[in-house]
Design a protein around this ligand. Structure first.
Ligand code: FES
Ligand code: FES
Length: 170
């Protein structure tokens, strides 16, 4: 038996402690936002937040998570109001969507630790996207960063990726 809090709700799993968190979430808790990709911790599709850190849920056994606080994409915010979710929609980042729950949670964890991430920190995100959303994703991170910091003292990623006027002033 393993007890943890998921999206603010106390849950107890009567599963083999070696069960990967990904399968406890998807098959038992019916939280299917975390996606199955590589199963080896390399693609990031299964990323969730555990105790404030982004982790690949395919590589974490639930037995190691007694008392942990887990956040999945379903619990990141009510009504999709997290700044990165709002920026994602505003910048029309989405394509096929498979990588996106994991990517959004990885970015949410990054922005919580550092609301003004550098471009290098953004590019260091390990999540893989096969659809090429990278440029729009950077725009969205810049937008979210501005929203979270009030727009003061923009960092490199925010300055370089901030939306520019499409028509130059005369
Ligand atoms: S499915 Fe977990 S990192 Fe790819
Ligand atoms: S949007 Fe398709 S894999 Fe990233």
């Amino acid at each position: 038996m393993t007890s943890m809090t998921i999206n603010g709700e106390a849950l107890r799993f009567n599963l083999d402690p070696a069960t990967p968190l990904l399968w406890a979430l998807r098959d038992v808790a019916n939280l299917t936002g975390a996606k199955y990709g590589c199963d080896t911790g390399e693609c990031g599709a299964c990323t969730v937040i555990v105790d404030q850190r982004a982790v690949t849920s395919c590589t974490v056994a639930i037995g190691s998570l007694e008392g942990a606080e887990v956040v999945t994409i379903e619990g990141l915010s009510s009504n999709r109001t997290h700044p990165i979710q709002q920026a994602w929609a505003a910048e029309q980042v989405s394509q096929c969507g498979y990588c996106e729950p994991g990517l959004i949670l990885a970015i949410a964890a990054l922005l919580k630790a550092n609301p003004r991430p550098s471009e290098a920190e953004v590019e260091a995100l390990p999540n893989i996207c096969r659809c090429g959303i990278g440029p729009r994703m950077k725009q969205a991170i810049a937008r979210a960063s501005i929203a979270m910091t009030g727009g003061d003292s923009l960092n490199t990623i925010a300055r370089e990726a901030a939306p520019q006027p499409s028509i130059a002033p005369e």
